[in-house]
Design a protein. Sequence first.
Lengths: 349, 168
Amino acid sequence: MTLNGLLKRHGGWLEAGPEEGPVISSRVRLARNLRDTTFPGWASKDIRNRVWGEVVLAFDSVPESKSFLRWRMDELSALDRDLLFERHLISRELADRQTGSGVFVDEDECRAVMINEEDHIRLQSLQPGMNLQKAWEVADELDNALEKNLSYAFSSKLGYLTACPSNVGTGLRASVMLHLPGLVLTEEIKPVINAVSKIGMAVRGLWGEGSEASGHMFQISNQITLGKPEAEIVSNLEQIVLEVIEHEKNARLRLMEKQEIRVHDHVGRAYGILANAALMSTGEALDLLSALRMGVDLGLLPNMIRREIDQLFIRIHPAHLQKEAGVVLSPEERDIKRAQLVRKFLENK
Amino acid sequence: MKCDLCDKEAVVHLTQVVNGEMKEVHLCEEHAVEQGIDLNSPISITDILMGLSGPQKSIASELSLACPRCGMAREEFRKTGRLGCPDCYKTFMAELTMAIKAMHHSGQHLGKIPAREGAQTRVKSKIARLQQDLEAAIAREDFEKAATLRDQIKKYRDEVAADEGSSQ
């Protein structure tokens, strides 16, 4: 399948999953490096190309490797790289890299292997909803299969050695993508972010920073990667995220109990603008879709399906709009296309 | 909130996005001045954490130090916060040890071990785990358990020593 093939479908991690109201998806990422080999950021083009070759060879021996699509960054246009980034399949950092950098993506987009990002290998496993455990198991399994054919840089004291000391040890970064409009609207998001940060987890906006995050989408992840077994890192994060989910649910309940008319107004206005606007920026679309998504969760929009809105959250981004249109669009043309896309979606509801 | 380096109240709170992750550093006035923090200029957390590893002058005198495998100079590493190759962990061990402790509150890996690693690595890792259990047992005054753990650790240490002796 080609890159354009991705446009006609959505990632498997956007299917229904546990706690799918406040939670979009769970992710586990593992950083690995080849023994005695310069890290990508400091390596020559020759070394980076050699690493690409070695990893491809090792990956070919993984039984399921046939079902993975492969792209080298230097063979893709900037737009194609942005498309992969918008689908959460590669990082911004990989999109900006060239020689020897690339990605293998599983057909359902739940697994991805980035080559020559900050580290030689970054394995990613994405699962729908609150499912960190499964995400870890899938990543672990792929890591085991790949490791059979590669020698990793490892020390008995510091574990897996990574380009940045903040990843050393397990090389594991687990994260959960959350939709928290209840906490934002009740203005409780700041104390929650502060509390979570104090216990060693990082909170950031998926699009934008802190409590100003567009679309009320947040990502919570572990910061500590050394000194704990992987399962413990994953379950610690899980506990904290479950607490945040409880806070979000309570905030929504309180909103509906005390300010129901305001919630109706908030959702209804968002619907009105989305259904009628002729120009719409990405930021505005994210915020309005967030209101719509909450409306679905609260049962205010019975004809709408949450996961369809989640797909729109991705399709309204610039590279997706342009790839679907088949041409490069100016910012204003994108705003027109984006408004059309959303209007068309709502027409059928 | 307390200073990361002493028990005094922290007055300088820095947040920096490193590698896509938010990191925070808290320092008291004294230590902030000592680290030469200029609040008007952008600062890398790695710079600060690296600075924590000891007196500035000893580092300055070794600024010319470079990794024998990949050639990354200490100065370069301090600027970017990224290492050049796996061997850099040995080259820059002195300052890395402190930085890693500050970031992770630990200096010992307790996670997965690659299947290709030898038996020695496994035993060493087992010792590290038992050591942690031992410290926990002592902390809760379970001395019976502590004694058992101590004996187990000794047994494994003897194994490692015997192995190392025979391979020399």
